[in-house]
Design a protein around this ligand. Structure first.
Ligand SMILES: NC(=O)c1ccc[n+]([C@@H]2O[C@H](COP(=O)([O-])OP(=O)(O)OC[C@H]3O[C@@H](n4cnc5c(N)ncnc54)[C@H](OP(=O)(O)O)[C@@H]3O)[C@@H](O)[C@H]2O)c1
Length: 341
């Protein structure tokens, strides 16, 4: 059978169309069934295993609980040497013991260093990094994880709360990272990661300052990544959605000195800390630029917000901020004015 040139052209377009359709369908299904972005999911199966980080030195801030603790444990299982920092020394010592146990003989006491300090005291940062480098002889990856969230109504937030949140979630991260980047630049390689949030990708209701701090992180570290292109210094933004940790209880509110104080329930729809730590380890091993994590419906939400802003606007109108809050926290909002409205 002879195929004419117009028929050949039609066939070519049909093949391209089928390819585009299959790619779209694959993404749509992946978004609904996986608990992270498609790139990270792909790396978790076919990418560089975190085992490849064995023997490297990783410093994790905020390692006394939650995502920091679970990332430390995921790395310890692969024989990664760790510097663990936070304020609660006894909790850090507990995490250290558990990391050594999980490493099954790959790590000994000297391979996990505990440094208890308040990360908002910027005057300590240089000394802390020097202590780590002197102890291990090098530092390969800095994971900035320490941080706190917020539940508050925008118009009620006291300026002092904004300032404290930027001190912890932004300026402490930037200051510590500057010392690390100077060191990485001198030795010609290194990796800086920050535990941001899906709130760093789109605006979440009742957490305005928190959203702003995480967006600021994306600004600072996006610029750093561009500056260091081709210089063997990687920058990774780890963006979890709701994860089961102490986070909610520890959250700032609108008032200076107040904590939200409502703990997450075991039954809440949140990713486990273990799974989040594992995904962070995969992202670090593969030096991703930005990795999203969260159980359904977080991935369709974030993909829609980033790639289909008009659809996202319509969804927001249909759902409303309070239902979005419920999806995020698995409970009704308790802020007085919102609850009454
Ligand atoms: N859980 C979530 O749903 C979620 C979602 C997206 C992003 N995140 C991000 O994940 C990171 C960790 O949060 P998490 O959920 O694991 O909460 P978490 O269990 O409360 O952990 C927070 C960590 O930060 C440390 N920290 C807080 N203030 C500090 C300070 N002033 N100085 C030194 N360390 C300090 C805490 O240790 P000490 O109290 O011992 O100092 C703790 O180890 C945060 O950056 C957060 O924005 C969490």
């Amino acid at each position: 059978m002879v195929i004419s040139p117009p028929q050949k052209l039609t066939m070519l377009f049909e093949i391209i169309g089928a390819g585009v359709f299959s790619y779209g369908l694959f993404y749509l299904l992946a978004m609904c069934f996986v608990d992270c972005d498609v790139e990270l999911w792909f790396y978790s199966i076919f990418g560089r295993s975190p085992r490849k980080l064995k023997g490297k030195v990783v410093c994790i801030t905020g390692a006394s609980s939650g995502i920091g603790e679970h990332t430390a444990k995921a790395l310890a299982k692969r024989g990664v040497k760790l510097a663990l920092t936070a304020r609660r020394k006894n909790e850090l010592e507990r995490v250290k013991r558990e990391c050594i146990e999980l490493s099954k003989g790959q790590l000994v006491d000297d391979d996990v260093l505990v440094l208890a300090f308040d990360i908002t005291d910027l005057s300590l940062h240089k000394k802390v990094l020097e202590q780590i480098i002197n102890h291990f002889g090098s530092l390969d990856i800095l994971v900035n994880n320490a941080g706190r969230s917020q539940r508050a109504l925008f118009e009620h937030i006291q300026m002092n709360v904004d300032k404290q949140m930027f001190d912890l979630n932004v300026f402490a991260v930037v200051n510590l990272s500057r010392f690390a980047v100077k060191y990485f630049s001198e030795r010609g390689s290194g990796h800086v990661a920050v535990v941001s949030s899906l709130a760093g990708v789109f605006g979440v209701p009742y957490s305005a300052t928190y959203t702003a701090t995480k967006h600021a992180i994306h600004g600072y570290f996006g610029a750093l990544r561009t500056e260091k292109t081709g210089k063997n210094i990687a920058v990774t933004l780890l963006c979890p959605g709701p994860v089961y940790t102490n986070f909610l209880q520890e959250s700032f509110t609108e008032k200076d000195g107040e904590k939200y104080g409502i703990p997450a329930n075991k039954t809440d729809r949140r990713m486990t800390g273990e799974r989040c730590g594992e995904l962070c380890a995969v992202a670090l091993a593969n030096r991703t630029h930005e990795s999203w994590m969260g159980i359904f419906p977080m991935m369709p939400f974030v993909y829609t917000a980033v790639y289909f802003p008009i659809v996202s606007k319509m969804c927001l109108k249909l759902l409303g901020p309070q239902r979005l809050f419920k999806i995020r926290d698995s409970k009704e909002i308790t802020l007085d004015e919102v609850a009454i409205a």
